[in-house]
Design a binder for this molecule. Structure first.
Ligand SMILES: [Zn+2]
Ligand SMILES: [Zn+2]
Length: 337
């Protein structure tokens, strides 16, 4: 029985795993050593013995997972070893401290992208292309219908909307996720905001982490139950269910998300197409720039895998790295090819 050599990184029930260095990348369950690409809850989960992340994202990780977790940090580009494996973290441009993970053994280089984007974002470092042999890419917006308009001044557009409503004595509620999107909005608004932005309490502590990393955020005031007129309120979508919302009087709503591009306004008065993920063109550009000869696609893999194959790039869904495919069953002899 012949089995292919086990790849440097495999896909396991706990997530991406590097056996040679005995570590996981963004594990789904508690493990001994977890390299975390960023602090979003689908990437950073509780219970692991040790976390490794980029320095500027460490406080966000602790805010999310608990102050007592053990965290080892490295700066972008700084290399370290786990076993014989050489590792370094490189900016993913997704949220503060977000990192692609570069993994090297015996001259073979893998990069696991985590979530990334290439659009300008004043709240975090810009994306860095990292050359590699094998690239594991996310593809949240991995179909050709998702193409962002470039060079949009989001801060000015959002501020114009706020002013327009304020003139009519109406509040503006802008929805965005509390980590990453909310702080990007505050950073985009920083040059424009003429008074403090009212923020939901779930956004407050995370925003302070950004300020401590010297990111310029618009001035903020935490939402309390007082009457408001002509204010901009930044909140996660869940607040409309809270029982004090009647205090907001007359208001207009907007949602800031890449999903706004193709879903109409989805029940909001206004949609700002503002994504923290790469669009179709940037996914393809990034893959090209890495020079990878083999690409594995996570999340929405179908269209991107087909498109890459048509261009002669060896592309696979992440399931093709399933550790089971490289593990002999009992009774089978392992011969590496
Ligand atoms: Zn994310
Ligand atoms: Zn994600």
């Amino acid at each position: 029985m012949f089995f292919p050599k086990i790849p440097l990184i495999t896909w396991t029930p706990k997530g991406l795993y590097c056996a040679a260095g005995d570590f996981y990348i963004d594990p789904h369950r508690a493990v001994d050593v977890a390299i975390i690409t960023h602090a979003h809850s689908d990437h950073a989960r509780r219970g692991s013995k040790k976390y490794i992340c980029e320095e500027s994202g460490a406080e966000l990780l602790k805010t999310r997972l608990g102050k007592k977790i053990e965290v080892e940090t490295y700066q972008y580009g700084e290399s370290f070893h786990l076993g014989k494996v050489k590792i370094s973290l490189h900016s993913a441009g997704h949220i503060l401290g977000s990192a692609q993970v570069r993994v090297e053994l015996d001259g073979e280089v893998w990069v696991a992208s985590g979530d990334y984007k290439r659009d300008r974002d004043p709240s975090c470092d810009p994306f860095e292309s990292v050359p590699c042999d094998i690239f594991i890419t996310e593809a949240t917006f991995g179909t050709p219908k998702f193409v962002w308009q470039k060079n949009i001044n989001h801060g000015q557009m959002m501020h114009d909307w706020w002013l327009e409503n304020e003139k009519q004595g109406i509040n503006s509620i802008l929805f965005g996720y509390s980590l990453g999107k909310a702080q990007r909005i505050l950073a985009e608004l920083h040059p424009y905001a003429h008074k403090p932005v009212i923020i939901h309490h779930t956004i407050d502590e995370l925003t302070d982490c950004y300020r401590r990393q010297m990111r310029n955020m618009a001035r903020t005031e935490v939402l309390n139950e007082r009457e408001l007129t002509g204010e901009l309120i930044l909140a996660p979508p869940s607040i409309l269910k809270e029982n004090w919302v009647h205090l907001l009087g007359e208001y207009k709503t907007a949602f800031a998300s890449g999903w706004m591009q193709n879903s109409g306004r989805g029940g909001y008065d206004r949609g700002f197409v503002m994504s923290d993920h790469a669009d179709w063109n940037d996914l393809n550009l990034t893959i090209k720039e890495t020079g990878a000869k083999k690409v594995y696609v996570q999340h929405r893999d179908g269209a991107l895998v087909r498109h890459l194959k048509r261009q002669g790039i060896e592309a696979h869904p992440i399931a093709d790295l399933d550790i089971e495919l490289f593990t002999p069953k009992p009774g089978e002899n392992l011969v590496l090819i």
